[in-house]
Ligand binder design. Structure first.
Ligand SMILES: Nc1ncnc2c1ncn2[C@@H]1O[C@H](COP(=O)(O)OP(=O)(O)OP(=O)(O)O)[C@@H](O)[C@H]1O
Length: 259
């Protein structure tokens, strides 16, 4: 489904963000990417939707051979790949519903978006997406009035309204308290299981990775240094990725176990 073949990323200042990455991520898999700060997790995830252009190698997402220089191909790619950020990236002064409708923008003529004249079927899809993350009752509230966990759910609903094949999440729970972090991860996991959407999540909390992912990819210095099913992501294996002993900071908390 997603194939990295000898992918390198060299940033404009000459820094090598990714080095010879070879990966195959299967359709419907839930993958956690772990690594210390600066390991290349964001760089890896952002190459998938072309936010970071790779500089050599071949990247395939579904049936799209990614070409960072082709705007038309990037548009097509981004309509299929949804992204969730640590900071939610909502327009907080407008309603939850309008934020979710942004997910339909690739399918909506600009004049309709500008006038807010969304088609009935787009609104229906937006409501369904809000229902899937359990906040349909908040549809007409301003996004700013929601808690952090609820705002991240709006961001997930916006991605779902896109009807994506792939969800990328860049540290989606890093700004949430531990119980809320578990709840949002649980939502992502349920959505991946119900809809079969390939899901790739960057995270620095090992317990979350182990609780919710099928597979763990460990990065260091722009390279993939571990890749295996969660059962193989033992403390020893991750200490090898981090090149240090694990600490309490690597664990979000154990007091809200997944349901
Ligand atoms: N635009 C850029 N130009 C130059 N170097 C960059 C750029 N973006 C990232 N880097 C560098 O690439 C390396 C990997 O960064 P990246 O953000 O992918 O790491 P990360 O594992 O996601 O870290 P964090 O957990 O801190 O977000 C870092 O050394 C970073 O400084």
């Amino acid at each position: 489904m997603i194939t990295f073949e000898n992918i390198d990323v060299v940033y404009p200042n000459g820094f090598k963000g990714l080095s010879n990455v070879n990966l195959q991520i299967n359709k419907g898999e839930f993958v956690a990417i772990v690594g210390l700060s600066g390991a290349g997790k964001s760089t890896l995830i952002r190459t998938v939707n072309g936010l970071v252009p790779f500089t050599s190698g071949t990247l395939t997402v579904g049936d799209v051979v990614v070409d960072p220089r082709s705007k038309a191909k990037l548009r097509r790619l981004r309509s299929r790949v949804g992204m969730i950020f640590q900071s939610f990236n909502l327009v907080t002064r407008v309603s939850v519903l309008n934020n979710v409708l942004v997910g339909r923008s690739a399918e909506t003529p600009t004049w309709r978006s500008l006038l807010g004249w969304y088609r009935a079927e787009d609104k229906e899809l937006a409501f369904q997406s809000l229902e899937r993350v359990g906040i349909v009752d908040k549809a007409y509230m301003r996004a700013a009035s929601l808690s952090g966990g609820q705002q991240q759910r709006v961001a997930i609903a916006r991605v779902l309204a896109q009807d994506p094949e792939v969800i990328l999440a860049d540290e989606p729970v890093a700004s949430l308290d531990p119980p809320t972090a578990h709840k949002v991860m649980r939502d992502l996991r349920r959505i991946q299981q119900e809809l079969g959407i390939t899901t790739i999540v960057n995270m620095h909390h090992l317990d979350l990775a182990r609780s919710y992912a099928d597979r763990v990819i460990g990065m260091r210095g722009g390279e993939v240094v571990f890749d295996g099913p969660v059962e193989e992501a033992t403390d020893e294996a991750i200490e090898e990725v981090y090149q240090r002993s694990l600490t309490a900071e690597d664990i979000v908390t154990a007091d809200s176990a997944p349901e």
